[in-house]
Every structure is written in structure tokens, then in C-alpha cells.
Design a protein around this ligand. Structure first.
Ligand code: VGL
Ligand code: ZN
Length: 202
């Protein structure tokens, strides 16, 4: 069955560093790969996102002396978790999982490439105002409905889904094709934030 042309699949950050053995491993992250490969066959529009940081990115714990990984700090644009260094541009950790079938994708959105601002969402950087261009791409192709899958449910999938809903796309997250980092109840918080924003969780 093929979905109609107004529906797009957005595959969030299925990259080696978020999968088994990666620098910011998401538990059971690899499990999403066969599910996403199967889903991709149904969509006429498929977009991939790729976390794509310079080696000195300000979200990296290595850039903040005396801080621990997963600690929260204040940045100019608001609170920021300090992550283990991950998805550095041009490294194997930033590549898509080798079993992800990237052939059906028409567009790859790279994000987090400005040193000073993190970017969880496929639509906006974490300043919540600098667009990635994805909104315009989808609208100009008459897409009004998006399905989101990938890694991690409670960060980049959640931020992308709530932004999509705010931008008035009909928005669905397919949970069994997502996996979460789940620290300090972040998965439950993400679920309620998505539901509050009007996202459907399948
Ligand atoms: C992500 C933390 C940092 C994600 C990306 O893809 O969910 N999380 N960078
Ligand atoms: Zn990142």
C-alpha cells in the first residue's frame, strides 16, 4: 500500500553514534532500523535528519571543563544538556546506520552544525527561531501530514514532532519505530508534551 502524496515520513537521526556501541548509545536503538526500512517503502516523500556537529560543538561535555555528561547548563537560548561528544561531521559515528536503507530518501536535513546552538528539532534550532528549511520544503511539495520515527524519542523525535504540530502538520509518531534515551523520566515527559501539542502517538 502506498500512502498519498500529502504524507511524508521523517526519519530522525538513525546514526551510528545513537546505535549500539555509539558515543551516545540509545538503548535498543538498532531495533528501529528494520521497522523504518519497511515503513519507507510506503511513502512518496521520505526525509532523513542527520545530527551533524563540529568537533567543538557547545553541547559537548568536552567543551565545558568541570562538568559531567548529561549535566544541565544554561546557554543564551535556554537550558542545555551536556552530551558526550557525538555525531561529529565526517566521522563514522555521524554516518547513518549501515543497515538503514537511505535510497528512498529525497532530502537529508543536517542539524546542529552551528557551534553555539544545539538543534534537536528537524524544523528549528534550539533557539526556537532559526528554521532548517524543512517546513518550506514540505509545504512546497503539498505535504500536510507527517509521520516521525527514529532516535531519540524523548529528544530529537519529540522536538521535531511538537514543532510539526505547531506548524499545523497533522503529526503522528510511530513509537515502535523509535527508541528513547529516557533519563529522569524524560520519556514520560516527552509523551505528555507531544500529546499536549496535538501529536498522535501510534
Ligand atoms: C539527540 C541528543 C543530542 C537526538 C541529538 O537525536 O535525540 N539527542 N543530539
Ligand atoms: Zn546532537
Amino acid at each position: 500500500m502506498t500512502c498519498p502524496a500529502n504524507e511524508a515520513l521523517i526519519v530522525i537521526d538513525v546514526q551510528n553514534d545513537f546505535c549500539e556501541g555509539g558515543a551516545l548509545e540509545v538503548p535498543d536503538g538498532d531495533a528501529v532500523v528494520p521497522r523504518i526500512n519497511a515503513l519507507m517503502e510506503k511513502y512518496q516523500t521520505v526525509v532523513l535528519t542527520q545530527d551533524w556537529h563540529p568537533a567543538d560543538h557547545s553541547s559537548f561535555v568536552s567543551q565545558h571543563e568541570g562538568n559531567e555528561p548529561f549535566q544541565m547548563v544554561e546557554m543564551e537560548y535556554g537550558p542545555q544538556i551536556l552530551w558526550p561528544d557525538h555525531c561529529v561531521q565526517g566521522t563514522s559515528g555521524a554516518e547513518f546506520h549501515p543497515d538503514l536503507n537511505t535510497d528512498p530518501a529525497q532530502l537529508v536535513i543536517r542539524k546542529g552544525f552551528r557551534r553555539g546552538v544545539d538543534s534537536y528539532s528537524a524544523f528549528f534550532e534550539n533557539d526556537h527561531e532559526t528554521p532548517t528549511g524543512l517546513d518550506g520544503y514540505l509545504r512546497s511539495r503539498s505535504v500536510d501530514t507527517v509521520t516521525l520515527v527514529g532516535l531519540a524519542t524523548d529528544f530529537c523525535v519529540q522536538f521535531s514532532a511538537t514543532d510539526a504540530a505547531r506548524l499545523e502538520f497533522r503529526t503522528v509518531v510511530v513509537e515502535d519505530a523509535c527508541r528513547a534515551i529516557d533519563m529522569d523520566g524524560s520519556l514520560e515527559e516527552a509523551r505528555s508534551a507531544m500529546l499536549d501539542a496535538g501529536v498522535r502517538i501510534d
